[in-house]
Ligand binder design. Structure first.
Ligand code: AHG
Ligand code: MN
Ligand code: MN
Length: 348
């Protein structure tokens, strides 16, 4: 306890004490992740002063242009988490292959996946960005895990979290026992519990979608957005507000704070390119779905619960519709009304 405040370290240790047979490995791993996020936060805060803005001049495995900070943040995560002996391997949005722990370090029982810098198109314009991560148990012996070790449904996650580099730096975490938010006190260099037991309001009047893709949307998404836009004169009988930050971390944080729905749905343009969606299952959709469900919200592809998907590729992309339960239920129901799919969504 620090002047009446609970630090993230104390919080994690106390959580661990509740788990029978816990060895301290998990606490220690989480501490290394926290350190990595503090380093990234510091770089993001200093921006042009430390020469980290702009393009890296390279492409990642998804064919996206990398920013300098995408590459630097990825390195920070690897270096912070490779040495301590808690991990068997890591996988990142920015790396084609999994990262196996180098021979000189001991190997552990966990797997770490991450999006080192989410919303990186915002970095040069000084708008909020974040880091998303997820921890899985390594199945089997774990001596030399391959990519298949990571292909576990989101329901298997041990922990998920994000750091938000906004006006203040925050860390939001779940280990399957609710969602808690911590704010970085720059003066003491510690995350302090400021948002205990975060829950999402069920009803909302705010939606987030990149409307420039509107002409490619499928009928159920068009219907939902049209009804929101019709406002108090339409079937919803209330006016809606719209937001699009293009940083999933910032959108999810807003939804955790005041409710709302976020959609990056499947559309005709993606289908034509053979893509399953825009956002990545292992690095974005699964960790955010775990947090959203733990806060009382819901997360689907429109057709199925995201956390129930058994991944078949490390870099798999999925449609994402998440946030306040009543709204996500509505959009999901529209997909079935439309006769496009007969599968039912079983929520958490
Ligand atoms: P990343 O910066 O890690 O590639 O992720 C960006 C993601 C997500 O954060 C955001 O919601 C979405 O892509 C924005 O996409 P558009 O630019 O198509 O709106
Ligand atoms: Mn991202
Ligand atoms: Mn990213």
């Amino acid at each position: 306890m620090l002047n009446g405040n609970i630090t993230i370290t104390q919080f994690i240790i106390e959580e661990q004490r509740r788990i029978q047979g816990a060895t301290g490995d998990f606490t220690s791993l989480l501490n290394d992740i926290v350190t990595a996020c503090k380093v990234i936060s510091n770089l993001v805060n200093h921006g042009a002063l430390v020469g980290v803005l702009g393009q890296a001049g390279t492409e990642n495995v998804q064919g996206e242009d990398q920013k300098k900070l995408d590459v630097i943040s990825n390195e920070v995560f690897l270096r912070s988490n490779e040495w301590a002996g808690h991990l068997a391997a890591m996988a990142s949005e920015e790396m084609e292959d999994i990262y196996t722990i180098p021979k000189q370090y001991p190997r552990g029982k966990y797997l770490l996946t991450f999006d080192p810098l989410d919303g990186s198109s915002n970095i040069d314009v000084n708008v909020s960005v974040g880091t998303i991560f997820s921890i899985l148990r390594c199945p089997g012996e774990c001596a030399s895990p391959g990519a298949d070790a990571f292909l576990q449904a989101g329901t298997q996650q041990v922990c998920a979290g994000y750091a938000l580099y906004g006006p203040s730096t925050m860390m939001v975490l779940t280990t399957g026992n609710g969602v808690n938010g911590f704010t970085l006190d720059q003066n003491i260099g510690e995350f302090v519990l400021t948002h205990p037991n975060m829950t999402i309001p069920t009803e909302t009047k705010e939606f987030a979608i990149n409307a420039s893709n509107g002409r490619f949307w499928e009928a159920p998404v068009k219907r939902y957005v049209d009804e929101c836009l019709a406002g108090s004169e339409g079937p919803r009988k209330k006016d809606f507000n719209m937001r699009w930050i293009a940083s999933m971390v910032a959108e999810v944080h807003r939804i955790l704070t005041r409710g709302g729905i976020f959609m990056y749905p499947l559309d005709e343009k993606m289908k034509a390119k053979g893509l399953g969606g825009k956002l990545r299952l292992m690095y974005e959709a699964n960790p955010m779905s775990f947090i959203i469900e733990q806060a009382g919200g819901m997360s689907t592809t429109g057709r199925e619960r995201i956390m129930a998907i058994k991944p078949d590729d490390l870099h798999q992309r999925v449609p994402v519709i998440l946030g306040s339960k009543a709204e996500v239920e509505r959009v999901t129901a529209y997909h079935f009304d439309d006769g496009q799919d007969t599968r039912r969504v079983s929520a958490a």
